[in-house]
Each structure stands twice: as C-alpha cells, then as structure tokens.
Design a protein around this ligand. Structure first.
Ligand code: SF4
Length: 317
C-alpha cells in the first residue's frame, strides 16, 4: 500500500467550552463529595464518550425525575438548562439537586423573564425539541414563538407595529441567525434585541476557526454527536465555506480510510462538547495508515472559566 502525504488542518479553538467543563466538573465533584450513584437528568453534555466515562464513575443518566428510585441521592440537571417545572418538581420530591445549566444559557432565561415583565411578545430563534429550547420556553408562563427558519415568520399572527423582543439559542449558525434577525427586523417595526448576543463565544469562535481553514480542505471531520446542535452547525459551516465534504465523526474508529485515498487536505475540529483526547486519538489512528503533516494556527486562547457552586465542591483531589 502506498502511503501518501495528508495535510491535517486543525481548527483552533475547538472542543470543550467553559460551560461543558463546568457541567462535567460538577458531576465529578458531586461523585467525590456525595459518593455514587449521582443521578444526572439528560446527557450532561451531548457526547457519548463523556457520558460513558461518567457512568463508569457512578453517574446514572435519566430522562425524567420520575425514573429516580433512591430519593436520598443527589441529582444534577444538564448544561442545556431545564424548564422551571423541573427544579419545582425536584423540590416537591425533596431531592437534593444541582443545576449545571451553563451561565450563558441562564442569561437567556433571565432575558425572557425580563421581556415577559415588559409584556413583550417573545420570538425564540432555535431548534424545536432541543433541550436548551425546551428549557428556555419553560422559563415563563407566556407563550414564546419559536422560529427555526425565515419562512416560519409568515405564521406569526402578531401585528407589524407591535413591539416585540427576540432571543436565540446559544449554539446556532452565526450567519443563518443574522439572516433570520434581519427578516424579523423587516417584518416588525419595533424590535428589542437581547442585551448581549445570545450565540455564545464558544459557538462563534469554533465556527470562525472552521471558516478560516475550510476553503483548503477536501474533507472536514467534525468530532461530535448528531444530537449536538454545535456539531451540526460546524458541519454546515465547513461545507458553506468551501470544504468539499464535511463528515460527522461520532466514533473516531469508524472513519473510512478508503475516502482518504486521493485526499491532500483534511480539516479536523471538535464540537464544544467533544473532548480533546478524541482529537488526539483520531490523529494517532490516521498516522498509522497515512503520512500526516499537522498544521494548527496559533489562535487566541479562550480564558473563560465558570465556577462551580461551592455546595458541590469536594475537598478530595
Ligand atoms: S456551547 Fe456556549 S452556551 Fe453551550 S455550554 Fe458551551 S459556553 Fe455554554
């Protein structure tokens, strides 16, 4: 077999964001402090590798609180955020619970509460059925109008001259969301925007990094998960910005060596919920069968850190 040279262009930044780091650390600290098992409502972050690792340490993942059988054990809510009914329910069940909602998602929760107080109809730009969207819609009693694409605006029965507000999911495509916001502003005369951009820094930075290298890539691999909005947006961005093909890698062992036969330039990134160890393992696997030359731009390091609640911190190292 002839080995040919493949240039790997590593996107930077990539992988874990501050919200994901915090959520995983909360489960790990809870396991140290309270022992196992610890219940976790929903995948703490959308990544099988992370979830399986935490299972091995003693986390039990559940979809709803009514699956809990031992009410003396603590429960942690995932990074995506939960509707208000969930902590309320946990209180009624006398559960010890901790909320690993990313602070940048909580910011959006406070925004919709504020817009409700101002009596404004609220549009949420996001993806139906995503846990973050369910969590945000469940913060207030008033209806929130979910818009996934520009044409959904036609279905809104709100008068054009009514003052409205909008918020967005944190993990959307920066470009697509811009177009939807423009369409909202065209349809309504008086639009109140969130105080700060709702698409988070990690989503924005990871998409920008992919945009910079996609034009030179024959194939772009996104290490992530198909239920991760973050991962799916990176796939789209890679394609939109010039990669001939973009492929989601849920399991790094499952890549197809045959399609690399005539490839000279390969892009790799990892979604905000995919750990760096998977990127490094994947490169190692590629090196076994290919002559690899790595390229990684020296991008600005992200230095955002979110603290975990002191009640969950263990003294153990
Ligand atoms: S992707 Fe953004 S909003 Fe989601 S957990 Fe990470 S930092 Fe928070």
């Amino acid at each position: 077999m002839t080995i040919h040279r493949i240039n790997i262009h590593l996107a930077s930044p990539r992988g874990f964001c501050a919200g994901v780091d915090r959520a995983i650390l909360m489960v790990e600290e809870a396991l140290k402090k309270f022992g196992s098992p610890i219940y976790v409502r929903h995948e703490i972050v959308h990544n099988k590798y992370v979830v399986e690792n935490l299972k091995k340490k003693g986390a039990i993942f559940i979809d709803e609180l009514d699956e809990i059988t031992d009410f003396s054990r603590p429960v942690i809510f995932s990074a995506h955020g939960v509707p208000k009914s969930v902590p309320k329910n946990a209180e009624n069940l006398n559960l010890k619970f901790f909320d690993a909602t990313c602070p940048l998602v909580s910011k959006i929760h406070r925004e919709v509460e504020n817009f409700e107080r101002l009596n404004l109809p609220i549009i949420l730009i996001g993806h139906k059925d995503h846990p973050e969207v369910i969590g945000t819609m469940g913060q207030i009693k008033s209806p929130i109008y979910l818009i996934e694409k520009i044409s959904d605006l036609d279905l809104l029965k709100i008068p054009k001259d009514k003052k409205i507000a909008y918020v967005t999911q944190t993990t959307l495509s920066v470009d697509d969301t811009k177009s939807i916001i423009q369409a909202i502003k065209k349809k309504f005369y008086n639009v109140i925007k969130p105080r700060k951009n709702d698409i988070c820094y990690a989503t924005t930075n990871r998409q920008e990094a992919v945009k910079r290298i996609a034009p030179k890539c024959d194939i772009f691999y996104v290490i992530g998960a198909k239920n991760s909005s973050n991962s799916l947006r990176l796939l789209e961005v890679a394609k939109q910005y010039g990669a001939k093909k973009s492929i989601l890698l849920e399991n790094i062992e499952n890549y197809d060596q045959k399609i690399l036969k005539n490839i000279n330039n390969l892009g790799i990134t990892a979604s905000a919920s995919a750990p760096e160890i998977l990127v490094q393992k994947f490169i190692k696997i590629l090196k076994l069968k290919n002559d690899i030359l790595l390229h990684e731009e020296d991008s600005k390091k992200e230095n955002i850190v979110f603290k975990i609640p002191h009640q969950i911190k263990s003294k153990l190292k």
